[in-house]
Write a protein that binds this ligand. Structure first.
Ligand code: FAD
Length: 380
């Protein structure tokens, strides 16, 4: 059997995790990314125990433990009185229960760790996909804005919420703008001037919230992300700036700990929050979607990247021992294995109730993408 060749569109969290997983299992893989270089975005990311199990299988646990913060808990408090609603204990207790740690990291550190698991020569920057065709005898052709084109046995489109490939396969549809925006930033904890804050706290207000946590093991950097109404703002860009005074005004009646953090932060980014309904199909022939391309969600469960990372492990298992003729079936099996779970997380996330009250989170953090049963071939 000749080695299967897989082309991945997009070198975000999902694309890189998939490339790492396929490369480790001996499948030929190349990643095509539109950006001309990787930039370190000023954002934090919660890495659930379920995602950490996948990262362990990719050999990245040590790197992540060394670069990320290990919180005692994710505490949920009233926005003004600070009364504790539900303190979700992580640390060693959750690690023992779920078999992997819950970490809080810098998005750039997670991205670099994933990139380190993929040989450089397999990542092709400055390759924006502008055309895709599948021919039964030749596999799939990708055409790029730089004039080049390639052929592969299979394509995995991890090209994010505005997926070009999704549009080509299933037609154009608009994402759901929630009418809400997020302000977010990472800044040096030294700017807090010794003021002590919780490890990770979500402050729940009547129509808005803010999540604040450390992203470095030595507590040297702090991150926060908000959600608040602002219908009409539809810019979704990791680089769009917000007005820090507007932000402070919006949280004027929050607890002093929140106000101290907002007073200390030098600048913020602003981002429109969007999602989509669960998508009825993810694949056509030898082309599949993965990650935000097929299940974008609001960030309220902190599970979007985790779902993309889980997808990577399951997809690599489905493609094991498969040749070009078996790819379409393997992609249907991948979708059949994953869709119920990702749809549940998508819809739950939308309600913004995760951990607000005492919650049993086992179904989220207990999942092990390397060992969960795959859908039967018949179901696919
Ligand atoms: C404010 C906020 C906070 C979040 N916090 C968390 C959290 O704490 N924990 C968590 O697990 N998740 C979190 N998420 C969700 C997480 O960021 C996403 O789910 C995750 O980034 C999805 O990864 P992806 O690889 O599917 O897509 P993306 O990260 O969007 O990557 C897509 C890649 O494809 C490339 N691309 C796009 N089009 C093309 C093309 N035509 N050709 C070539 N390349 C292309 C893009 O440049 C990009 O590199 C958060 C999201 C937001 C908005």
């Amino acid at each position: 059997m000749t080695k299967l060749s897989v082309a991945i569109v997009g070198a975000g969290m999902g694309g890189l995790a998939t490339a790492a997983a396929l490369h480790r299992s001996g499948i030929g893989v190349d990643v095509y990314e539109q950006a001309s270089k990787f930039t370190r975005l000023g954002a934090g990311i919660q890495i659930g125990c379920n995602a950490m199990k996948v990262l362990r299988g990719l050999g990245l646990e040590g790197l992540m433990r060394a670069s990320a913060f290990y919180p005692r808990s994710w505490n949920n408090r009233e926005y003004d009185t600070g009364e504790v609603r539900f303190d979700m204990i992580f640390g060693e207790q959750a690690e023992a229960r779920y078999g992997a740690p819950y970490l809080l990291g810098h998005r750039g550190d997670l991205h670099s760790a994933l990139a380190s698991a993929v040989p450089n020569e397999l990542i092709h920057l400055d390759h924006r996909v502008v055309g895709i065709d599948e021919r039964p005898d030749r596999g799939v052709t990708l055409r790029f804005a730089n004039g080049k084109s390639i052929e592969a046995d299979a394509v995995v489109a991890a090209d994010g919420v505005h997926s070009f490939v999704k549009q080509q396969l299933f037609g154009q549809d608009e994402p759901n703008f929630t009418g809400r925006i997020a302000y977010r930033t990472v800044f040096p904890a030294a700017l807090l001037n010794g003021y002590e804050i919780g490890d990770c706290t979500k402050w729940w207000g009547p129509d808005r919230h803010i999540v604040i946590y450390y992203v470095k093991p030595d507590r040297s950097e702090v991150y926060f992300v908000t959600s608040q109404p602002e219908p009409g703002f539809t810019v979704e860009s990791w680089s769009a700036m917000g007005d820090v005074n507007e932000l402070r005004k919006g949280f004027y009646d929050f607890h002093p700990e929140v106000r101290h953090v907002l007073a200390a932060c030098p600048s913020v980014h602003k981002w429109a929050l969007i999602d989509r309904n669960p998508q009825s199909h993810w694949s056509k022939g030898n082309i599949t979607l993965l990650g935000d391309a097929c299940h974008p969600m609001t960030p309220y469960m902190a599970q979007g990247a985790a779902m993309a990372i889980e997808d990577a492990a399951v997809l690599s298992r489905c493609l094991q021992g498969v040749d070009r003729d078996g790819v379409a079936g393997a992609f249907r099996r991948f979708e059949a294995t994953r869709k119920e779970r990702t749809s549940r997380v998508q819809l739950n996330s939308r309600t913004n109730t995760w951990l607000k009250e005492r919650t049993d989170p086992d179904w989220v953090y207990g999942y092990d993408a390397w060992n969960e049963p795959l859908a039967t071939r018949e179901a696919a």
